[in-house]
Ligand binder design. Structure first.
Ligand code: GRG
Length: 297
């Protein structure tokens, strides 16, 4: 199966499960707040984090069907981070996935609360005794630890702060890498580790998934920066291409477009090497790594 068909199939499974989750658990009694949650949670998005978790489950021979609901908290946390990242106090963005951002449609207070509700619901879900039949509470507790530490001070939240305080400063390459390891890398790394933990993988296998997740986290960010720069350059015209991105702390801004591409390829190779241990079962993970550096959105 083509990787795009595989990703599309997995995304559809995740979308369906998210839709059901919303109907079942995210009560619609709360009017505009619930509408806002639905607006951000169910509108597009590649669902790459739960899809990575599902591919990790597959790599270690776990049951992706029964464990699927326990990968959804990754998307809840990701969606919260995007809603809060777009707020006026953060990036102040008006558009996300081609549509007005949550606070533009529902107002700032409702957007803050929608983000809060999405974040907390991730942990309501993981700690819900209804999943005792699927996975023992002690294993779900490991996932709670993994997800909360990747999202919090020593992960995404810390990274977001590093990003905010580095605005206007020229970062070195190691500083930029540290920022992204936290801001976007931590949740991507946690996605595959969570897949492994859910499926009861050995510590060696979780270690292999960790190496994969770390490499993919950096590759994902470089690809995102390149998309940004090339998109901007397209808008500005060819002449501006080599200067595009230079005013921002981005990989192409720091090392140039060509070197950034080489770096992304290096990370992709590292990711492939890490999952070789899973043989053919690790193929979807390997192909997702390649897709991430070649993607166009
Ligand atoms: C507000 C605590 C807090 C954190 C925000 C992740 C993040 C931290 C901000 C997002 C800023 C951003 C655009 C980073 C670039 C990489 C990235 C995470 C892109 C968006 O993720 P995708 O491509 O989005 O997975 P979709 O739309 O597919 O869900």
């Amino acid at each position: 199966m083509e990787i795009t068909a595989y990703l599309d199939m997995q995304k559809k499974r995740v979308d369906k499960a998210l839709e059901a989750l919303f109907e079942r658990e995210l009560s619609r009694e709360y009017g505009r707040l619930a509408e806002g949650i639905r607006y951000s949670l169910l509108a597009g998005g590649k669902r790459i984090r739960p899809v990575l978790a599902l591919a990790a489950i597959e790599a270690v021979g776990g049951d992706g069907e029964s464990l699927l609901p326990l990968t959804l908290p990754l998307e809840l946390v990701h969606t919260y981070s995007l809603v809060h990242d777009d707020l006026p106090a953060m990036d102040n963005d008006d558009l996300r996935r081609g549509r007005p951002t949550n606070h533009v449609v529902y107002g700032e207070a409702a957007a803050i609360l929608a983000g809060d509700a999405l974040l907390t619901h991730a942990f309501t879900l993981l700690s819900d005794p209804v999943y005792d039949k699927v996975l023992p509470a002690s294993r779900r507790m490991e996932v709670v630890h993994e997800l909360s530490s990747a999202s919090g001070l020593c992960g995404m939240v810390g990274g977001q702060f590093l990003d905010i305080v580095s605005e206007g400063k020229n970062l070195t390459l190691p500083e930029l890498e540290n920022l992204h390891r936290h801001k976007t890398g931590a949740l991507l790394r946690a996605s595959v580790r969570i897949g492994g933990i859910l499926a009861g993988a050995s510590s060696e296998w979780v270690e292999a998934l960790t190496r994969y997740g770390e490499a993919v986290g950096i590759a994902f960010q470089i690809a995102d920066d390149l998309l940004d720069v090339l998109g901007t350059a397209e808008e500005l015209g060819k002449a501006a291409q080599k200067d595009a991105g230079k005013s921002k702390n981005t990989y192409p801004g720091l090392v140039g477009i060509d070197r950034a591409r080489i770096l992304a390829e290096e990370k992709c190779r590292e990711a492939h090497e890490a999952v070789a241990v899973f043989g053919s079962k690790g193929e979807p993970l390997a192909r997702i790594a390649s897709y991430i550096i070649e993607r166009r959105n």
